[in-house]
Design a protein around this ligand. Structure first.
Ligand code: FAD
Length: 670
């Protein structure tokens, strides 16, 4: 029976594997899983049903929705996966899982080769020396990367693409592999449901359609939670007329971290954040300018702060001394200029293009200028709007750079996320070696591998991409790869658990009741006042979001305090977030769009709380330039060269935060 706004239709479905999300990791899993399912049927006699659920439409969902102009992780023949693990570690100030990074490094190129086969134009130099980019892609005779030709690198790990339609191409392959009957778009998953007989296991998930009055209840043996990272927990720099513009895509609202935490999964490095320095107001990418056009960033007076302030790097050995200092430290050097009044910061596009003119012909320079525009058109069209609107010709006028508000993610230059099982063949510790191991809750695994690559500490719950913590720099290609790796392990998990039957620990009625609570709150109280947005019985999701952003901005090291916080400020944030969590139960939803906003906010609050709790626990400033604890304004290698992990108890609504030992598996002295 079709539902109504107050009384939704309930659709129940049982599958074996549910993929939550439709981004790079989910597309990787969707593409990979079918042959393994076929093999499971033929070799083990197990029938496996799989379904993918995305809150949006896969063609343009997730962080790659607008397109990209570079694939940031391609190892190629020039490098080794161990070099990659070393780079990831240094950029993230030494605390990453080498097992995960190494495993990704040795597998990632295969996904890139697939992208090219599926039609993604990759710039390259062909074997005859001719440079070919997407615009002049030969109809015939173009060789695939794996067959010949070298990709054009914009940096050591990055390769250039004509990638406006990147996500379309990757989604098309995923959809073709999975079949449209196994894909449900525009369903927002609100929560995972634990198993009635094993509270450390997932048995289902529940969500609602953002287009129809329907609630979806899924039961499964395994699920892949890949709903991206988290944006808009901090007050964004773009307010008022510019609101909605952020560097990180506004549709990933911390669902991955919150749903995993509520299901009991161990989180890791939630104190980590990413504060990219980007073109001001449009948040346009800087990679091509720095790496391809060799531009430099300066203070207001033309001084190159990376040289001027380079002695500050000596405070952070060895991370400051690497050939490319850690991303946060590059911000650290920039912030000194801003804090001391020598802002704004500029990308010196004028000098960079003038220098190129010294060695290149006018035609080649014109081509490069076109590429600079295309860089924005491919992945951040809003920045072109700003350049056009503000009469910016990059060869004549420099553009401002600005460190953004903080974002939480695990696949770009950040490493917060979920503690996940690594591969079993790279020598990861099998028993916990940390002296404080007795503080780790007893039900959690001790080593870094517990059977199934990508499985979290909750049975049946897998993750990839932004979900896997302590191992950043996967980017689009690496997230796709991790989705593929997880797909293989999930099939194995289902075969190993073929006789197990999921049983939800909460009744379907209560789940539906909970999800539609904001709608009922609205229906019950809407006539109490004459102005629909002003009502003592409810709070609009928009207003609640402002409250969250204010708390995080002012107390948890947002832009308002130049990314500074301390123990006292965190204590205040803790109290205020507690109250906000209570008030979140009073959010209203006057339509399905607001219902989506309400639940996104709920996911944001818990993610924000995890972030705050981890920063509070880690008594040092591990990521100077991303945040500072001014009461512990140093990196303390002796006491804090370790993972900070946590588990959330959804019944008591409390966090347990603890240390886990860090171990280098790759020689970092090289
Ligand atoms: P996403 O691809 O973001 O997918 C998340 C998915 O989850 C989406 O489909 C979303 O709709 C869905 N979802 C969210 N919440 C829910 C929910 N509650 N229920 C159901 N579905 C949900 N990589 C590069 O290689 N090169 C680059 O130049 C580059 N530039 C980047 C620029 C920006 C601004 C960003 C943010 C990332 C960039 N990356 C780049 C990194 C790359 O985009 C990510 O690493 C990758 O997309 C992560 O994959 P994912 O599947 O974890 O998340």
């Amino acid at each position: 029976m079709a539902g109504t706004f107050g009384n939704p239709e309930v659709v129940q479905e049982e599958v074996d594997i549910l993929l939550i999300g439709g981004g790079m990791a989910a597309c990787g899993a969707a593409y990979e899983i079918m042959p393994w399912i076929q093999a499971a049927k033929e070799e083990a006699g197990v029938d496996i049903k799989v379904k993918l659920v995305d809150k949006a439409a896969m063609d343009r969902s997730g962080a790659v929705a607008q397109g990209l102009s570079a694939i940031n992780t391609y190892i190629g023949s020039e490098q080794d996966p161990a070099d990659y693990a070393r780079m990831v570690s240094n950029d993230l100030m030494g605390i990453t899982r080498d097992d995960l990074a190494y495993d990704l490094g040795r597998n990632v190129d295969d996904s890139v080769h697939l992208f090219e086969e599926w039609g993604l134009p990759i710039w390259k130099t062909l074997d005859n020396g001719e440079r070919v980019d997407g615009a002049t892609w030969p109809k015939e005779g173009g060789k695939l990367l794996k067959d010949g030709g070298k990709p054009v690198r914009s940096g050591k790990w990055q390769i250039m693409i004509n990638g406006e339609s990147y996500k379309w191409i990757v989604a098309e392959a995923a959809k073709k592999a999975l079949g449209s009957d196994n894909i449900q778009e525009r369903v927002f998953i609100v929560k995972l449901v634990n198993d009635a007989n094993d509270k450390n296991r997932v048995a289902g998930a529940v969500g609602f359609s953002v287009r129809e009055d329907k609630v979806y209840v899924y039961k499964f043996k395994a699920c892949l939670l890949v709903a991206g990272g988290c944006v808009n927990i901090f007050r964004p720099r773009s307010v008022g007329e510019g609101q909605g513009r952020a560097w990180y895509p506004v549709w990933n609202a911390g669902s991955t971290y919150t749903m995993a935490a509520e299901a009991g999964a161990e989180l890791t490095m939630m104190e980590n954040r990413f504060v990219p320095a980007r073109f001001k107001d449009g948040y346009g990418p800087v990679g091509a300018w720095f790496l391809l056009f060799k531009a430099q960033a300066t203070n207001a007076y033309g001084e190159v702060y990376m040289q001027k302030n380079k002695e500050l790097l000596n405070d952070y050995p060895p991370y400051g001394q690497a050939a490319v200092p850690a991303s946060c430290l590059r911000n650290h050097l920039m912030l000194k200029e801003m804090k001391e009044g020598r802002g704004p910061i500029y990308m010196d596009t004028v000098t960079a293009l003038a220098k190129l003119r010294e060695t290149l012909s006018p035609r080649e320079v014109k081509h490069l200028e076109a590429e600079a525009w295309e860089d924005f058109l491919d992945m951040c069209v809003g920045q072109c709007g700003i350049w056009v609107g503000e009469n910016v010709e990059p060869e004549k006028k420099n553009s401002e750079l600005m460190p953004t508000e903080p974002y939480l993610l695990g696949s770009h230059s950040g490493c917060c996320g979920i503690w996940a099982s690594g591969p079993d063949d790279v020598g990861a510790p099998t028993t916990e070696e940390h002296p404080e191991k007795d503080k780790i809750p007893a039900h959690l695994p001790q080593g870094w591998n517990w059977g199934y690559r990508g499985m979290t500490t909750v049975k049946g719950l897998f993750t990839a991409g932004d979900g896997v913590g302590a191992s950043g720099h996967k980017f689009s290609s690496g997230s796709h790869t991790e989705g593929r790796l997880a797909a293989q392990s999930m099939v194995k998990f289902v075969i190993d658990n073929k006789d197990w039957k999921p049983e939800l620990d909460t009744s379907v009625d209560s789940l539906v009741e909970e999800i539609y609570r904001p709608v009922r709150t609205f229906m019950e109280h809407k006539d109490y006042t004459t102005a629909i947005d002003v009502n003592p019985h409810y709070i609009t999701p928009r207003m609640l979001q402002f409250r969250l952003q204010k708390i995080m901005d002012e107390y948890v090291a947002g832009v308002a305090t130049y990314y500074n916080t301390n123990g006292i400020m965190l204590g205040i944030a803790e109290e205020k977030l507690g109250m906000l969590k209570e008030d979140a139960l009073k959010m209203r939803a006057k339509d399905l769009h607001e219902l989506l906003r309400a639940w996104e906010n709920y996911h944001r609050i818990l993610t924000a709380e995890a972030h705050m709790k981890h920063i509070q626990f880690r008594e040092e400033s591990r990521y100077p330039g991303f945040y500072y604890r001014t009461d512990h304004n140093y990196v303390d290698e002796e006491n804090w060269h370790c993972f900070v992990n946590s588990v959330y108890d959804k019944n008591t609504k409390t966090w347990t935060v603890f240390k886990r030992a860090h171990k280098d598996l790759v020689d970092k002295s090289k």
